[in-house]
Design a protein around this ligand. Sequence first.
Ligand SMILES: Nc1ncnc2c1ncn2[C@@H]1O[C@H](COP(=O)(O)OP(=O)(O)OP(=O)(O)O)[C@@H](O)[C@H]1O
Ligand SMILES: [Mg+2]
Length: 258
Amino acid sequence: MTYIKIQQVSKFYKRRGQVTEALRDINLEFEQGTFVSLIGPSGCGKSTLLRIVGGLTDIDQGEVAIGGLSPLGAQKQKQFGFVPQSPALFPWRTVLQNMNVPFEVNTKGTGMKLEQREDPVELLQSVGLGDFVHSYAKELSGGMQQRVGIARAFGSGAPILLMDEPFSALDEITREMISYQLLDIWQSHQKTVLFVTHSLREAVLLSDKVVVMSARPGQVSKVIDIDLPRPRHADIEDNEQFHHYISEIRGYLREKWK
Ligand SMILES: Nc1ncnc2c1ncn2[C@@H]1O[C@H](COP(=O)(O)OP(=O)(O)OP(=O)(O)O)[C@@H](O)[C@H]1O
Ligand SMILES: [Mg+2]
């Protein structure tokens, strides 16, 4: 059943008399629990699309529905967890205290108790941070902080996670390791994820669907279903089909250069 429905969406930014057409006629539909990657050249509107879905940016044309709600309605019902490029952690709070932040915000006034949240230690263990629960956030490396951000989003109770290039500031080796941890944590939680990346490898490894976008005004060039079996593990990268998908996506991205 369709969960996120984006119909004929267009977006213009108007600044100082200048109009930028950021998105044109976007049509996309995703079912609940789908991992979707958005990939495309810089400036093609990936972040804009994420913000539109999350109710942070309005649209000029079209319609977006999330489980029958408007993005703002869904936002009010705490349906979204955001994972930005750099994790918004409180440096002077411990990792555990940082993990509690979205729960505290989302349940304020509802009478829900901290004990009812998903076990933060288990979540931290699944991203390899079981030994750092009581460390201060400022004592962690960039990659470790980003892993706290991911674990926290999966424990936040929000059914939809919007991740905007969460690994872009990391070195390649850390990035590869974190992509497997994200794969594992997603496999055990199966949230709906919209994930922006410039990495073809990450897109294929993680996704059920890859949305390839073309340069400004951003349009959908192709939606590719990644029919690789799940659960997936590192050895999936030895699979011939894995590399076939990467070449296919590269082909669609290059098509627009001509
Ligand atoms: N707040 C804003 N005001 C005016 N123009 C904007 C604003 N945000 C984005 N744009 C413009 O909209 C277009 C799409 O921007 P967006 O940030 O969504 O692209 P992107 O695909 O996320 O790019 P990148 O890969 O570099 O992050 C760009 O031309 C950008 O200049
Ligand atoms: Mg962006």
